[in-house]
Design a protein around this ligand. Structure first.
Ligand code: SF4
Length: 174
């Protein structure tokens, strides 16, 4: 069964918690796009999976809502007292996402996580070119307008784990 395969992959990839949801439970907000526009991460307009290139809200919602179910996943990472472990934590979170993508490569799922698409060393968006691999494009939760903080509260998942530890969120739609 597809759901069992996804849950096995989540466990094997090394995440800390997950919740099964219906796609009707997803929360999207224009405010998230507003935060992206501040370009704190440097991906705004520079990655085809991030705003404004990821499309308008309707387009982003439709991409996820065509699936009936989802599993929200969390990986808790240690940022360090002065964010000195941020690079290691980000790598750890990215590695877990890649593990998950590898484990579910042949499954009919949509996986989204933090950050933009990382397939190409440099996204074609930087050169104002179309996406090189539209069928493989990796989507971001924030870049798709998902309100992760509200969703973590709604599903009673750990966003701030205390002691400088934070949750990184991911979703698998199926
Ligand atoms: S596949 Fe390449 S060009 Fe397309 S969004 Fe990903 S990084 Fe950018």
């Amino acid at each position: 069964m597809l759901k069992d395969d996804i849950i096995k992959a989540i466990n094997d990839a090394g995440f800390d918690e997950y919740k099964e949801i219906s796609s009707k439970d997803l929360i999207f907000s224009e405010d998230v796009f507003g935060e992206c526009a501040k370009n704190t991460c440097g991906n705004y307009g520079k990655n085809h999976s991030c705003p404004p290139l990821s499309g308008d809200m309707q387009e982003n919602m439709a991409r996820f809502l065509k699936y009936e179910n989802g599993i929200i996943i969390n990986k808790i990472v240690d940022m360090g007292e002065f964010y000195e472990k941020m690079m290691t934590a980000t790598k750890e979170a990215g590695d877990a996402l890649q593990n998950l993508r590898d484990l579910l490569e042949d499954k009919p799922v949509l996986i989204a996580g933090p950050g933009g698409c990382r397939i190409c060393k440099t996204c074609a968006a930087i050169d104002n070119e179309p996406c090189r691999f539209p069928d493989k494009r990796q989507y971001s939760m924030e870049g798709s307008g998902m309100d992760i903080v509200s969703m973590s509260r709604k599903f009673n998942m750990i966003y701030n784990a205390g002691d400088h530890k934070l949750g990184y969120f991911y979703i698998v739609m199926y």
